[in-house]
Design a protein around this ligand. Sequence first.
Ligand SMILES: [Zn+2]
Length: 255
Amino acid sequence: MAFSSEERKRYARHLDLPGFGAHAQERLRAGRAMVVGCGGLGSPALYYLAAAGVGLLGLVDSDKVDISNLQRQILHATPDIGRPKVDSAVARLRALNPHVRLSAHEEHLTADNARELFAPYDVVLDCTDNFAAKYLINDVCVALKKPFIHASISGFCGQLLTVLPGKSACLRCLFPAPPPLAAPEASPSAGPLGTIPGVLGSLQAVEAIKFLAGIGAQLTDVLLTYDGLEVEFRPIHAKRNPDCPACGAGAKPKE
Ligand SMILES: [Zn+2]
């Protein structure tokens, strides 16, 4: 379907961008991305994916907006305090780009609902803030062979990894289990400095846009770490682990 004149104006910078253009923009419009978490990482990721014109965005979050969120969760504003995060996120994204379809789920991601929630989407963005959710997303996406983009933040630092199940290293290939001293429900996101999730969530959006548009390379088999205090991006090269409990040869298929 051709772009309307309004869409051509809206996406003019993409349509004129060498290496992007109408073909990539059309693919983006046909693309479907699920964003789990509408907080620090999800705010910039959702904002940029909606602005870019991704066709369908899924949102999952069971939290309500708290005043302490506003230091970093830029989808939400002071009048939204007490409101479900998915509601204020949908209102903000709809105002930004009415062409994007939004599917909001005000619920907690669990082993029971994850498969059904992820099924309609081409790619999943892990914008959660706790180890239990991150390992659940890894395991469900590996089982569904669903590409996903992991990010995690703590203090002044963050990390990023794109996973193409069956083709590239998954989170458990690198870290078979959550850190031993951390309870699974523990949050890795001490602090953080408010702009750190902005950096990592924006990088997740870049990865998702390239994947959906079919351009460029993906951050696979490389864990990219960012240290905001030392001003350092460092790639840590990884390989699939044949003994990985999620994607290795001996992994038990999950029902
Ligand atoms: Zn693995």
